[in-house]
Design a protein around this ligand. Sequence first.
Ligand SMILES: Cc1cc2nc3c(=O)[nH]c(=O)nc-3n(C[C@H](O)[C@H](O)[C@H](O)COP(=O)(O)OP(=O)(O)OC[C@H]3O[C@@H](n4cnc5c(N)ncnc54)[C@H](O)[C@@H]3O)c2cc1C
Length: 419
Amino acid sequence: MSSEFDVIVAGAGPAGLSAACLLALDGRRVALVAKSRGEIADPRTVALMQPSMRLLMHLGIWPGQLKARTQPLLKLRLVDDTGSLFKAPAITFDPAEIGEDAFGWNFPLGLLIPALTARAISLGITLADADVTSVSTASDGVSVTTSAGERIAARVALAADGRNSLLRDAAGIKTNRWAYDQSALATSFEHTGAHDGISTEYHRAAGPFTTVPMPGLQSALVWLERPARAADLMALSDAELAAEIQINTHGELGRISNIGPRKLFPMNGLVARDFAKNRIILIGEAAHVVPPIGAQGLNMSLRDVAQAADLMMGEDDPGQALVLADYDAFRRRDVQPRQQAIDLMNRSLLSGYLALEGGRALGLSLISQFGPLRRAVMKYGLAPSFGLPRVMRKDQGGTPALILEANPDERRASSKYIG
Ligand SMILES: Cc1cc2nc3c(=O)[nH]c(=O)nc-3n(C[C@H](O)[C@H](O)[C@H](O)COP(=O)(O)OP(=O)(O)OC[C@H]3O[C@@H](n4cnc5c(N)ncnc54)[C@H](O)[C@@H]3O)c2cc1C
């Protein structure tokens, strides 16, 4: 198969755009196939942890003009509002305990996506303003046809086309999917009290209610509720919703007003059974979907991106079997336990079983009391224990990393480590 490009990236969500930019910076010929969707009307903000921020810095979009419109996350607080017999103590995670001045930054998605799009254009990435409509894979490459009738060929394709990924199906990759009896209401609001850069996750019986600080006296809200109750909340007037938020924040942020646009997200989980196959690599929600608890979703996706770029580095054929096998092993090792931990935390709130509630309360008490355990939890929240890809590492010497160097032979040797 003759290839005009090294890599096709399908989908221009935050995962696909980041991947296209990173691979272009690595000198790859990239085709980004994504239909422009116009202005982003998405009330979500995303809390991006320090490793993700280092990737954005490497891509050249941070700090720049974004800094003034985003907010550092100075502390994270967990508050037990379940009303359970087993009440867990409140926990405050302070990044100073692990040598960081902030966990990360909170970005409006409506700022991040245009910034990444502008960067992709400035890097001269070939943009096909169309959807992928079909995919064909061969032993030496992959080609896609687009809704504009174009055919594009490359050595490898990154499936960044979201949870209903067409490329994932074309690769023959199956998924495990499940639904939670929850919806997430995302919005923002203003308040009279200072948030002090603290994000608070109030754990309630229907799921977490999380405030995430934004610049000034403003916060984002992610409120998980049973679907019927969430639909009722969507139907409230702004003043009524402000009153509900006031109750759930216990007045800790003062008086609530100026509710922003709202959107409801049904809560599902998904994990691909393979993370790469047949010259197709899954990144972002094409590979994994988790409920918004502990701000893990996009942070995991950006590690997908950085890991894929590392494994391709220095390879004449970036879609060869060894690259895909290593990618599958590394991402499986990061994504699966994290997804299970989020699932367990969520189900321990929803189940109503005393034993599970007791287990959760005990776990949180231990984390609150024992510094080493608390620090381990914080470090795990920021990065997998086996290390980070190249552009996400704090410094070349400081963070353990098993792979990564530009030399493919070194990487091959290290890939044996994870078998
Ligand atoms: C309420 C809420 C709060 C969240 N908060 C956080 C947080 O604080 N921190 C965090 O890390 N994560 C968070 N997340 C998760 C995060 O928002 C998602 O992981 C992320 O937005 C998904 O990005 P993506 O690029 O993988 O997928 P998407 O944004 O879904 O992008 C997929 C793209 O592919 C396109 N596409 C689809 N089919 C095709 C095709 N055939 N051809 C070409 N293109 C196609 C789509 O149009 C879309 O643009 C949150 C999620 C929710 C719901």
